[in-house]
Structures are given as C-alpha cells and as structure tokens.
Design a protein around this ligand. Structure first.
Ligand SMILES: Cc1cc2nc3c(=O)[nH]c(=O)nc-3n(C[C@H](O)[C@H](O)[C@H](O)COP(=O)(O)OP(=O)(O)OC[C@H]3O[C@@H](n4cnc5c(N)ncnc54)[C@H](O)[C@@H]3O)c2cc1C
Ligand code: FES
Length: 243
C-alpha cells in the first residue's frame, strides 16, 4: 500500500452521473487488476474507495458515479488539482483459473475493474467475453473500449433501449464460458449465482472504514472464516462465499 499526492490530469463526464478521472503519481503499489484506491476528499472523514479501472507506470484511471457528497466533490475537480490517495488496496483478481474463454460481467459502476481485467486476460492470450449491464442507454460507458481490446461485448439494459432487454443473466444463461469474473450490485450477484455453471470470482463493493484491514468495519463470514473485504478481498472466490 502506498499513500501519496496524485495530480488530476483528466476528469470528464462519460455517461449519466458517471465520470472518468485520470490521476498521475506513483503506481508501484498496484500489483493486480481488481485492486482499489481510497481517496481523501476535502472535509470528509472517511476516504472513498474506487476500483482501479486501468493503470500504467505513472497514471491511474478511475471511473466513478456521483451518488453522494464525496463523489459530488470529486466531480467538481479540474486538471491540476490534487488528491491524497491510498493506492494498491485489496487482493485483485486471480487470472490463473480463468481458462481460455472467461466471461466478465460488470453491472453499472462494477464495469470499471472489468476493463483492467479484460486487458490482462487478452495479454495472457485468453478470449474474454464481456457482458455490461446498465439500466438505460444514457448510463452506458466503455463498450467501445472493451471492443478495442478484442473482447466480444454484450450490453443489456433494463428498459431495452440498447442491447438485450433485461439483466446480465439474460445473456449469460445462453453463453458458454470457462470461468467468470464479476463486479456489481448484490441483486446482480444473486442472479449470477443462480445462473453460473462454472467457478468464478466476485468483487464486493462493501461499505468500508479504514480500507486497509485495521478497523474490521468490513468483516464478512466466509466458509473459511471471517474475511475483511478491504484486505482479504474485495475479490472472493465463488466457493468460499456464504450468501
Ligand atoms: C472496493 C470498492 C470499489 C468501488 N469501486 C467503485 C468504482 O469503481 N466506481 C464507483 O462509482 N463506485 C465504486 N465504489 C463505491 C463507492 O465507494 C461509493 O459510491 C462512494 O464511496 C460513495 O461516496 P459518496 O460520498 O459520494 O456517497 P455517500 O453515500 O455520501 O457516502 C457515505 C459513506 O458511505 C460509503 N459508501 C456509499 N456508497 C457506497 C458503496 N456503494 N460502496 C461502498 N461504500 C459506499 C462512502 O464511502 C462513505 O463512507 C466502490 C466501493 C468499494 C468498496
Ligand atoms: S474497512 Fe477497515 S478492516 Fe476493512
């Protein structure tokens, strides 16, 4: 884990209430896709956890939805302003078990960590299929970016305005895949759990305190004992989760 000051180089709206922010600084603490950062927002006590969408030697790409005070303040920041950020938190996805044709499923703001994961899987020579689930057309983001990586991409919208009408599982149920990775809201996880025919990994966006394992504020029961979502997760394997 690394704590540092990061300079915003880009912060722009890419969908309804959704922003893409690029920050520049030390990325050496990032070791796996699916890790997250914890952002100190002026005037707020708790940091705000956001998944790493993508990163390179000097920049981190974050995609966040404005839902409350912290993300509202984040959306007003302009290039040149800075954030104090904890970087390299959580375990991230383990791609060893993915097989040749993994399925990646992102729901809403669960989509961002799927991007870095997809990039990694493609680099490893795998052929990922991606399902992106949204409520409606103006919420959709990153479809073209996933396609540019070479992934097969399906979009679902609850209102049917783009892609398949319904939920990610309406596409998932008809696909063949070797393994699955997912991030998104709990109702989507429950539907995936009822649909999935292989092993997989779920990334939980749990409410957090410290974000690095010290407060036990995110503790959850698993088949292998209590785990802290922030440190032992946010990614848990399908087999260990107690629903
Ligand atoms: C590991 C992890 C990764 C995440 N990745 C993303 C991401 O890539 N993009 C994105 O848009 N959001 C992501 N979230 C959710 C994001 O942290 C919350 O939407 C954000 O903290 C809301 O802050 P706020 O001040 O705007 O809202 P408020 O509701 O005012 O926040 C109040 C408190 O509740 C916490 N909180 C509120 N909603 C959530 C939530 N859904 N999950 C966890 N804590 C919450 C806040 O951190 C804060 O401490 C992630 C959460 C976790 C735990
Ligand atoms: S948030 Fe403090 S231990 Fe996880």
């Amino acid at each position: 884990m690394y704590q540092g000051i990061y300079t915003i180089t880009e912060n722009k709206k890419i969908a309804k209430d959704v922003y893409k922010m690029i920050v520049e600084g030390d990325t050496s603490a990032l070791t796996a896709t699916g890790q997250f950062v914890n952002i100190k927002v002026d005037g707020l006590y708790l940091r705000r956890p956001i998944s790493v969408c993508d990163y390179d030697e000097s920049t981190i790409t974050l995609i966040y939805k404005v839902v409350g005070a912290g993300t509202e303040i984040m959306s007003t920041k302009i290039p040149g302003e800075t954030f104090d950020i904890l970087v390299g938190l959580g375990n991230g996805y383990n791609t060893d078990k993915s097989g040749e044709n993994p399925l990646l499923i992102g729901g809403g703001v669960g989509v961002p960590p799927m991007y870095g994961l997809c990039k990694k899987l493609v680099k490893e020579g795998k052929k990922p299929t991606v399902i992106l689930g949204f409520n409606t057309a103006d919420e959709i983001f990153y479809k073209e970016e996933f396609e540019a990586l070479g992934a097969t991409v399906y979009v679902t919208t609850v209102d049917g305005s783009v892609g398949t009408k319904g939920f990610v599982t309406d596409v998932m149920k008809d696909l063949e895949y070797s393994y699955f990775f997912t991030c998104g809201p709990m109702p989507m996880f429950k539907a995936i759990e009822n649909t999935a025919v292989t092993s997989g990994q779920y990334s939980f966006e749990e409410r957090m305190g410290c974000g690095f394992g010290a407060c036990m504020g995110c503790s959850c029961k698993t088949k292998y004992g209590n785990k802290r979502i922030c440190k032992d997760g946010p990614v848990l394997e399908r087999e260990e989760i107690i629903w």
